[in-house]
Design a protein around this ligand. Structure first.
Ligand code: SAM
Length: 296
């Protein structure tokens, strides 16, 4: 009788320097490739469903992607309240683009992704995202390094969402002060910049170094949090920077009104109450932000 094939397990190597690894049992590898920029593997996982890893770091799982995608898009858009021009840096799976385009107030969405292969495979394996996005006339896809794009474009944006990989490989430059000041240059007055800033319990320097750079560039620099099961380590931090100090201090009533005006489209995680609560940081994260942000 034929030997049952050994099940493959794929390890996330992001925290090797901390001496631990998350490993995922694999039902089927759907796509594996060394692209011009990074190692890409997409696989079916018994619990999380489809999962994407880039350079050994988990990017997305079908089971909990809604948490990250909704919080990275609806918080800055409802905080701003009248965003018409939106820029996404990275975001090749198009999950965030799909959420942004739910806002009818958005007139134009530009996505700048460095790796065309990520978009290519997303069209094949995440049609629920790419289908509505590429069918939407407001959407423009640019293949470029986000750092180069914000340094040279003459376009201006109300909201910039940096849905990047971790500060390694092609994503490293997206955590630099030059990139953040390029983003500041491209923001309209009172515009908002949000960034994925890792899981502070394991990646505290990623948060403090970004907060320090934000502080030098913006009047208001902080983060909001959400817990995303596949991003092991508790709360994920999302950097929030703007010159308009009122944006993150609006009451639930105001956010709920904007949500109604936007048609109260379906969400699975974001709510007006959670939007406001997400800026209440656990003390250890508040201390990391305060350390980089004394008395502002
Ligand atoms: N949610 C994920 C996370 O938090 O780790 C990120 C998902 S998204 C797939 C990350 C995207 O950033 C990838 O498609 C990657 O190719 C893109 N990326 C990395 N460096 C980039 C750069 N310098 N410019 C533009 N896109 C970049």
């Amino acid at each position: 009788m034929a030997e049952k094939a050994e099940k493959r397990w794929i390890a996330e190597t992001l925290f090797d320097d901390l001496g631990f690894r998350m490993t995922f049992e694999v039902d089927e590898v759907l796509y594996e490739l060394q692209t011009e920029h990074q190692h890409l593997v997409l696989f079916e996982q018994p619990f999380f469903g489809k999962m994407l890893m880039l350079d050994g770091a988990t990017q997305i799982s079908k089971r909990d992607e809604f948490i990250y995608q909704e919080m990275m898009s609806h918080v800055p858009l409802f905080a701003h309240g009248n965003a018409r021009e939106v820029l996404i840096i990275g975001g090749g799976d198009c999950g965030i683009a799909e959420e942004v385009l739910k806002h009818k107030t958005v007139a134009h969405l530009t996505q700048v992704e460095i790796d065309a292969k990520v978009i290519e495979f997303a069209k094949e394996h995440f049609p629920e995202f790419t289908g509505p996005v590429f069918a939407d006339k407001r959407f423009e896809s640019v293949i470029d390094d986000g750092a180069k794009y914000v340094a040279k474009t003459d376009r201006r944006f109300d909201v910039i969402i940096v849905d990047s990989t971790d500060p390694q490989g092609p994503g490293k430059i997206l955590f630099g002060e030059k990139f953040y000041s390029g983003c500041k240059r491209c923001l309209n007055k009172g515009g908002v910049l949000v960034t994925q800033n890792g899981v502070p319990f394991f990646q505290k320097n990623e948060l403090t170094s970004t907060m320090l750079k934000f502080r030098r560039l913006f009047a208001d620099a902080t983060c909001y949090v959400a817990a995303i099961p596949v991003y092991v380590g508790g709360h994920m931090a999302m950097g929030f920077a703007t010159d308009n100090k009122r944006l993150r201090r609006q009451p639930v009533k105001a956010i709920a009104q904007r949500y109604r005006k936007a048609g109260s489209f379906a969400t699975k995680y974001w709510t007006p109450e959670l939007h406001v609560a997400a800026f209440a940081q656990p003390r250890f994260i508040a201390e990391l932000v305060a350390k980089a942000n004394p008395g502002r």
